[in-house]
Write a protein that binds this ligand. Sequence first.
Ligand SMILES: Cc1ncc(COP(=O)(O)O)c(C=O)c1O
Length: 468
Amino acid sequence: MATSAVTHLPASFYQPFLSQISKLRKPSPIRGLYPLENKPGVISLLAGKPNSAMFPITSLNFTVAPTTAPEYAQSIATGTPLPQGQNKPIEVTGADLQAGLQYGATAGLPRLLEWLHGLQEKSHGRSKGEGWRISVGAGSQDLIYKAVNALLNPGDTILVESPVYAGVIPMFQTLKCEQVEVPTDASGIRSQDLRTIFSSWPSDKPKPKVLYTVPYGCNPTGMTAAEDRRREVIELSREHNFLILEDDPYFYLYFGDAPRPPSYFHLEKVIPSQDGSPNVGRVLRFDSFSKIVSAGMRMGFVSGPATLLDAIDLHTGTANLQSSSLVQSILLALVESWGYDGFDAHIRSVSAFYRAKRDVFQAAMQENMEGLAEWTAPEAGMFFWFKLLLKPTTGAAADEDEDEGDSSDLVRTKAYENGVLALPGTVFLPNGRKTAYVRASFSLLDEDDVREALKRLREVVKQERGEA
Ligand SMILES: Cc1ncc(COP(=O)(O)O)c(C=O)c1O
């Protein structure tokens, strides 16, 4: 793919995007001076850091499964028993342990940030010197929440793909934001509909500053946005001056047959701007280690324009000072022991694992739900999104606007009483309207449980349709 010259938007560009609360935040009088401590020869009386001589933990040892071995991914893909490789011991000691036990920089441990920069270069072709940087947080959720608060004022309008990750709806609701839904389909966000939203936007109403989207293996729809859609969204972001919150915890869980589409973070670099204005700086990208290393570690990171990252860091400096140094040092020891090649190999195992789970779920859907539900199989992530055909079709062409029924009562009560639990689609709709869709997660169950769950759901849907 040809790349154009990279120019990035200046710091002043972001002023109209920052919320009032964000503009009121001041750098911490203490944390802001931390970097000065690094000057050789300076004797620092600055920080109220505890003396590490009194920290009782003297070593940290853990072991890591051999998921980077090529045979590992192979065994998962072929359904053969996993190789009995040795778990690899890792030790965090000396200065690394000290750093892990002590307060650290707000954005994160410098060596971890360096490693993550290298990862973004490999995964998205983004280099240093393009006006962006990285901060780590307690999971991507932490950073999304801080970004939302850095960008939105109460009552602002925000564009959200619909259905949307239920975990962000309360962020917008508590700010009393107007959520403008951008429809999605099997190819992800419907960029044409986004264009239409803008073409019919009232001239006296401020346009939305932000679009929120989950582009790979979306939660809840499982969909991965096609490249042409993504390109059009980038163009629209320039035309109508909005930022893209690219929430991408399932990026590394891509298992589609086709080459993966590029991320927004990559695309903004390679799509030249039409009017010669700077091309990068509209994407704020959220990554997560939850699905690939551990959800309980609470480790995620945000990559994007330095000005916006500064605003997020100021929030962190007030709210929780930093994310856990110790967890960062464990993660650092792990990823440094893998190196980028080992990380890739691990990811191959993880995505092969979820692909196998998807295949099992898909087969059980075909076996049990054919004629009772409609779906498109996901190519990333861990969710199956399907529409229950709650009313038997009469043979007449379905009217687009026809009421397709509501999965809510069926899923919450009847299915549950019959021993199967899933999520009704309504929880992913900002206005909570009725929908016949259901989200099922296929990450945990083995084949027998999947088949049994869908058999139970089948019974309930058939009863609902008066066919039992
Ligand atoms: C779309 C989406 N964004 C963010 C998160 C939060 O992830 P993390 O564990 O990194 O906070 C999730 C978790 O399920 C998610 O599905």
